[in-house]
Each structure stands twice: as structure tokens, then as C-alpha cells.
Design a protein around this ligand. Structure first.
Ligand SMILES: [Fe+2]
Length: 318
């Protein structure tokens, strides 16, 4: 059995109705906590598992599960710092835990080959970047445009461009479509878990790839969407496994992570209040544990110093 697959099993039903967690396993106060019961979070994470089309009866274990959990922990801390009400933050954390559901079924080897190939050649890897380079592409048809331009080159690079490979392309360039399909597929399981899905939860999940879709959203939804982007990118830039698998990265640095967040601010994807809140919490040490987990090694003393001297500040909820 492949390392990232496991067999389909029966699961005990669970609901969100138990007491929120705020303590770490060691019993000390957690500065970036999961606000939901551990068993409930585990059930949500199983929604990332996907039937393996190559091996009937097996599931592909969700590649993004640890990233999603770390991101959701940071998001709740930043949203709380920005003054969002506690009940909203709990619901928001559910959306953050599922924000990469559109990538369920990610085939680490194949996905890595396709997108590393694209990055090396400067081929856009996100819908908004694709549309900037190819404005003639019809909105929402970025996967099709990518395949018609590059499928032959990918074949020549030795990648079998079958339906499964096209699905890996859809996980980035057709993310909205795929996320909606996955959310539809898991809706009964979410209902059984007691999750009442709201439209804004999907909106915040789509913001990174489709910021234009939130132009008319309420300010608080847009702000939570920004928090998700800031935290997931902060985590992704600290995530050693992702860096190795498909970012062509040799090592993770805080300077690169904050440099990318600053680039997103210049592009007006992120606002100053959200970045201030994230930096303030990072400076206080709220994310030290999450970052070390993402790295797989403790932060160096130099990095801890960098974090502690980071500019601090915060702003209220819009
Ligand atoms: Fe993510």
C-alpha cells in the first residue's frame, strides 16, 4: 500500500456539540488553539481522504491535513485578535480546516511533477495569475486553457496526461469548480457532524485563488478571507514537506515568508490590519510552536530573535 493511502473504514458519528479545546496536550495554555473537540477535527480531516482511482477500495490520505490544521489554529488566533466574535471564530475555524478540500485526492508525485514543471518555466499556477498572462481565457476555464497550451509539452516531459493528471491541474487552476464538487460530495457528512454550512465559509476559502469574487462581500467576510490567506501562506512558507515536494525550495526562512506576505499586501490581497495582527502575534511567540511543527525542527535562536523584534500592532474588526 502506498504511504499516503489507507483503506476505507467505518467511523463513529460525532458532533460539534462538546466543549471547545483551549489547552495544549501538555496542559499549558495554547496560544494558537483548536477551538473544536479533537475527535470532531479528526472527522473533518477525513473529508480530505479521496477514493484512489488507481486502486479501488483504497483512499488517498489528504496531503493537506497537517497544513490545514496548523493554518486553522493560526487563523482563529488572528481573527480573535482582530475582534471577531467567539461564535463566528469557531465557525470560521471549520472553514479554515477545510480550506484545501478542493485538493482532496492530491497525488503528491504527479501534482509535484506538473507544478514543478510549470514553475520552472514561469507558467502561471493560479487562476488570477493565468488570467493576467492570458486575458483571452474565459473566466473559469483556466484548466482547459492550460491543457490546450501545455499538455503536449508535459507529455514530452514524460508525464502521462490522462484524466487523473487533468484532475491535478484542476486542483489549482480550476479550484473553485473542484471545491464546489467536493463540498457537494461531503455535505451529508457535514450535516451529520452538525455543521451548518454558510455561503461566507466558501467565499473565504476561495479568496486566495479568486479575490475578485469577494469584491462585494461584507467587510468582516473579506477580512476573514485575508486572515486565511495570510496564515495559510505563512504556514506554507514554513512547511518543509511542501517546500521539498513542489515549491522547488531548499530551506524555509521567515524572511521569505514575510516577504511573500508583503508582496500580497502590495497586490492589495492583504490589508495592513491583518498583517499587523499576524506580525503582532508572531512577535509575542503565539506561533512558535506551529512554525516549529511546520518545519519539523525547532526555530533557531536567530529566528526567535527575528520574530520577537517584529513590528507590532493591531486593528479592530471591520
Ligand atoms: Fe492552504
Amino acid at each position: 500500500m502506498a504511504a499516503d493511502t489507507h483503506r476505507v473504514g467505518r467511523r463513529r458519528p460525532l458532533s460539534i456539540g462538546s466543549r471547545p479545546r483551549r489547552q495544549s496536550q501538555s496542559g499549558s495554555a495554547d496560544t494558537a488553539p483548536l477551538l473544536l473537540p479533537r475527535a470532531f477535527v479528526a472527522e473533518l480531516m477525513r473529508l480530505y481522504d479521496y477514493p484512489d482511482p488507481r486502486h479501488p477500495g483504497r483512499l488517498i490520505r489528504g496531503y493537506d491535513r497537517p497544513h490545514a490544521v496548523r493554518t486553522a489554529r493560526m487563523c482563529a488566533a488572528v481573527a480573535t485578535r482582530l475582534g471577531h466574535p467567539p461564535a463566528r471564530v469557531v465557525t470560521y475555524q471549520i472553514a479554515c480546516l477545510l480550506h484545501d478540500l478542493g485538493r482532496a485526492g492530491l497525488d503528491r508525485g504527479l501534482f509535484g511533477k506538473i507544478w514543478s514543471w510549470a514553475r520552472r518555466r514561469g507558467v502561471p499556477t493560479r487562476p488570477r495569475e493565468w488570467r493576467a498572462v492570458h486575458p483571452s481565457t474565459r473566466y473559469g476555464r483556466e484548466t482547459e486553457a492550460f491543457l490546450s497550451r501545455h499538455a503536449d509539452e508535459l507529455r514530452h516531459a514524460g508525464i502521462v496526461m490522462d484524466a487523473w493528471a487533468r484532475e491535478q491541474v484542476e486542483m489549482r487552476l480550476g479550484y473553485a469548480r473542484r471545491l464546489r464538487r467536493r463540498l457537494r460530495a461531503v455535505r451529508p457528512r457535514l450535516a451529520r457532524l452538525g455543521v451548518r454550512w454558510a455561503a461566507w465559509m466558501e467565499q473565504v476559502m476561495l479568496y486566495y485563488y479568486y479575490p475578485e469574487q469577494l469584491k462585494r462581500a461584507p467587510g468582516w467576510v473579506r477580512q476573514l478571507a485575508e486572515v486565511l490567506v495570510a496564515c495559510e501562506q505563512f504556514e506554507a512558507y514554513s512547511n518543509r514537506r511542501r517546500g521539498r515536494d513542489y515549491y522547488l525550495r531548499q530551506r524555509e526562512t521567515l524572511a521569505d515568508a514575510f516577504g511573500y506576505l508583503e508582496q500580497l499586501r502590495v497586490e492589495e490581497i492583504l490589508s495592513e490590519p491583518v498583517l499587523d495582527a499576524l506580525r503582532g502575534l508572531a512577535a509575542e511567540g503565539a506561533f512558535d510552536r506551529v512554525l516549529a511543527e511546520a518545519r519539523g525542527v525547532p526555530l533557531s535562536s536567530q529566528e526567535v530573535r527575528e520574530l520577537r523584534t517584529m513590528r507590532q500592532g493591531a486593528a479592530g474588526c471591520r
